[in-house]
Design a protein around this ligand. Structure first.
Ligand code: ADP
Length: 159
C-alpha cells in the first residue's frame, strides 16, 4: 500500500491545500494530512481546531486521513508506514525553503521520498497567512477557503 504524508501548519486549510490533498489522493492509496504541532509560530487556530476543520472538508475523500504530529517528520512518516512526503509548490519563493526541507529529509532518511506537486494556477498566491490577513480586516475570502473555514474565520475575527 502506497501511503503519503502531507505535512503542514494548515492554519487554516485553504483551497490550495485542499487541491493538493485531492490530487494526492488520486495518486496514493492513502494520504495522511498531518498537522504539525509547532510551538514557534503563533497560530490562530489550535491543532484540534485545525484538525477538525480539515476532517470536515475532506470528509468525502475515503482514502484521506487527518492526524497531528510532534517531533521529527521522518519519525512520523515511519510510524505511519508511509514512504512519501507530499509538499505543494507555489511561486518561486517556495523553492528554496522546500529544497532545504527535502535535502534535510533525505539526509535524515534516504528511503523517504519528497514529492512536489505544483499548485493549481488559481492558487499560486494563496497562503494561510494572506487569508488571515484579509479576513482579519473583514475582506472577502470567498473561493479561497472552504465554507467551513470561512465561517471559522468569521468566528475568530468576530464578524
Ligand atoms: P508550512 O508551515 O509547513 O509551510 P503550510 O500549511 O503553509 O505549512 O503548507 C503546507 C504545504 O502546502 C507546503 O508544502 C506548502 O508549500 C503547501 N501549500 C500551501 N499553500 C498552497 C497553495 N496555495 N497551493 C499549493 N500548495 C500550497
Amino acid at each position: 500500500m502506497r501511503v503519503a504524508v502531507y505535512p503542514g501548519s494548515f492554519d487554516p486549510i485553504t483551497n490550495g491545500h485542499l487541491d493538493i490533498v485531492q490530487r494526492g489522493a488520486r495518486v496514493f492509496d492513502r494520504v495522511v494530512v498531518a498537522v504539525l504541532h509547532n510551538s514557534q509560530k503563533n497560530p490562530l487556530f489550535s491543532v484540534e481546531e485545525r484538525t477538525r476543520l480539515i476532517q470536515e472538508v475532506t470528509g468525502d475523500m475515503k482514502n484521506v486521513e487527518v492526524d497531528s504530529f510532534d517531533g521529527l517528520l521522518v519519525d512520523y512518516v515511519h510510524q505511519r508506514g508511509a514512504q512519501v512526503v507530499i509538499r505543494g509548490l507555489r511561486a518561486v519563493t517556495d523553492f528554496e525553503y522546500e529544497l532545504q526541507f527535502a535535502s534535510m529529509m533525505r539526509k535524515l532518511d534516504s528511503r523517504v521520498e519528497t514529492l512536489f506537486m505544483m499548485t493549481n494556477n488559481q492558487y499560486s498566491f494563496l497562503s494561510s497567512g494572506i487569508v488571515k490577513e484579509v479576513a482579519s480586516g473583514g475582506g472577502d475570502i470567498k473561493g479561497l477557503v472552504p465554507e467551513a473555514v470561512e465561517q471559522a474565520l468569521a468566528g475568530k475575527y468576530g464578524y
